[in-house]
Design a protein around this ligand. Sequence first.
Ligand SMILES: [Zn+2]
Length: 676
Amino acid sequence: MSVVESFTKLGFNDPPAESVPVKSLVFKPKTPKSATPVPIVVVALQSTATPSPLIAQVTSSKDPRLARDDLVRDIFKCESAKDFNLGYLSNATSDFKLLIDSQLEAVEGATILKLTDDLFMTKEILFKFLSEFDAVRQSVDFTQEVKSKDQKKGQQPKKQDSSSAILEDAKLIGITVDKSKDFPGWYQQVLTKGEMLDYYDVSGCYILRPPSYAIWENIQKWFDEKIKGLGVQNAYFPMFVSSRVLEREKDHIEGFAPEVAWVTRAGQSELEEPIAIRPTSETVMYPYYAKWIQSYRDLPLKLNQWNSVVRWEFKHPQPFLRTREFLWQEGHTVFLTKEEAEKEVLQILDFYADIYKELLAVPVVKGRKTEKEKFAGGDYTTTVEGYIPQTGRGIQGATSHHLGQNFSKMFNLTVENPKGPEYPKVFAFQNSWGLSTRTLGVMVMIHSDNKGLVIPPRVAQFQAVVIPVGITKNTTEEQRQQIYDSSKSVESRLKQAGIRAFGDYNDNYTPGWKFSQYELKGIPVRIELGPKDIKENQVTVVRRNDSRKYNVKLDELEKRIPEILNELHNDLYSKAKELYDSHRVLVNEWKEFVPNLNKKNVIIAPWCGVTECEEDIKDSSAKKDDGEEIAVDEKAPSMGAKSLCIPFEQPELKESQKCIKCDRPAINYTMFGRSY
Ligand SMILES: [Zn+2]
């Protein structure tokens, strides 16, 4: 009796009163000619849709199509695809994959399944038969959505780069893409494998997992305390804004209009008037400011909110850097005088610079945005600008805007004149300022490496992991116990000392496996404790960023670990600063501009301040006109240079110095660069 006959014997041929139809389909993925195809057999309820993109996704295969007769014949010895039934699986002459519909799995055992027109079998018996193939069997929820193209890119490095960028000693669990060769692929892996974030089924939106949210909380905590010191209070305004209010400030709405997401329907009914989701909250808040502020004694008013905003961008999304919804804080303050307002703009900017430097170990350049790049509707914008060495691109870190009286005039935010009621009413002076979760992306891009994340200790969710080591077959139970007890005591002493520490005492994993895990996750230091350490009354401390080792005496633990964490922070900062400093190049001649840009530099150049000239610089630097290799960038390999800021720290401008691009006299040095 053939295997197929014995399979059919498991069932019966007469149609029962009731049965549930089941399909079994064979797919063939796209396979190079030189390789043997690995067919994918799908067993599903007839009612379950089994789209081939989803099959491709769950099996990591390419473009699966229904198999033709020749494949079914070659591998399962079945004459034609239409004759195929699951009995032929026992005939398989080479590898195949078996996908089982999870809805079919959920069916009760006694249910009679209709496998073909004349083959019926209980679910229980079918699954008993299928259990023979457990090694290749995979349960699939076919109701899940197929991930978009963007997301798939996130899971897998890009084809064109992947072969050369694959790390030689990479294990699958770790990072498999080289940061220096495929930066976008590396960035996506380091974030997902390091468990910072996950991709989501709405393009441009991402899930912040606990390790990244903890970093955000640490930033929040620090900044919240600083602004409260200035008298800022937190509040919360709704995320919805009516079109009437949103469109009140013309320049402002023009700046944001293309990215505003609108709610137009509730359930099945169209809304009478569409409602926008805030891209920022100036127009949400200011009508109420106007209502609350009656007298100059009500000033200053300083509110901040920790919230999320939505900007529906169509440019290529990137985790943390360009996302459709992001977390941030937005501060909105109102003053009687311009002087007070302007003073605060810079105080806030200093806080932002300190978040980068003191918390994230990232160097930034402080400056003012040009007219073209300033906040829509404001008077001027100050900014902190960072730099990503791998791509040579600048990145805006956070901005603090002086809005002047533009919004107070639009929203009629006036107070009686302090000089007396006979004088005209005074329009208030306003600021707004914001810092977002983009900070996290900048931090990851700058410090992390091919082993995974490198998280600066002051923001890391966990700063130290304690790992018992050196336990072998020959270790006595007593010694083992001693190592574990000492490790736990180290952990609890660190916690007592205010260090965010945890221990990993899981026996099922080797210390080596644990080391790679916590390197992947970027825990700043690991503390090893083994027989030798116990003898020496010490622990071995290893820094994540450069594997530097320290022996720390147990009685110095509380003193030394914070010192080592601080040194680590300082070293991360110095290394990043050196790179930024050496790639910020002073250029006075246009012919030097593009070649220097192509060497992954940002450029400080004398400039006339005219918007038209700024646009010309962008266009003229977009061409690959000198034949040199330029920064690897998936979207815009020859992207032009934008103005990043007019740095507060200015090189001395020679008298009669011309603009780098045109014949007008230069009015300052401006920083230009390709940017995010
Ligand atoms: Zn010019």
